[in-house]
Design a protein around this ligand. Structure first.
Ligand SMILES: *[C@@H]1O[C@H](CO)[C@@H](O)[C@H](O)[C@H]1NC(C)=O
Length: 146
């Protein structure tokens, strides 16, 4: 297992480079003020099993929306695995849907890393999409599960 984790780390570093930001934007239409993953400042993020992490996003949508779905796709060795995402409206701190353009929201999603997960490198795509399929937030970030 550890044997092929090393080339993956090299690959992830090659793709993401050495950068100050944790994620690559993949088409956010909202203004993104902040994106954090618990205990991670520099990609790739190393996450330990079992633990609970949070994905926190502060953003200002550029259009109104009545709903907000969290769409998560985990890419492992080039294959995409859709992951069930929580309802985004219920994760807005001190706020709720509908979303108003120009209003600043804080979204906080728990990201449990379960004991039974395999120890692998994953590229995670985390998207917030509304009822019109408009993507308000989209980030790609690499994690290494240990
Ligand atoms: C993310 O949000 C949760 C819930 O509000 C909070 O407990 C946690 O400290 C936040 N993490 C970061 C890195 O801001």
């Amino acid at each position: 297992m550890a044997g092929w984790a090393v080339p993956l780390v090299v690959l992830v570093v090659a793709v993401f480079g050495v950068q100050a930001t944790l994620y690559q934007d993949c088409g956010s239409t909202a203004e993104i003020h902040d994106f954090t993953l618990t205990n991670c400042d520099i990609p790739p993020c190393v996450v330990h099993r079992p633990s609970n992490y949070h994905v926190n996003i502060t953003f200002t949508p550029t259009s109104d929306a009545t709903s907000l779905d969290t769409i998560i796709v985990a890419t492992i060795l080039g294959t995409d695995f859709p992951w069930p995402g929580p309802d985004g409206c219920s994760l807005l701190e001190g706020d709720s849907c509908p979303l108003k353009a120009g209003h600043k929201y804080t979204y906080s999603a728990p990201m449990p890393v379960l004991e039974e997960y395999p120890a692998i490198s994953v590229v995670v795509k985390w998207k917030l999409r509304d009822e019109k399929d408009k993507v308000h937030f989209c980030a790609l970030f690499p994690i290494i599960i240990v």
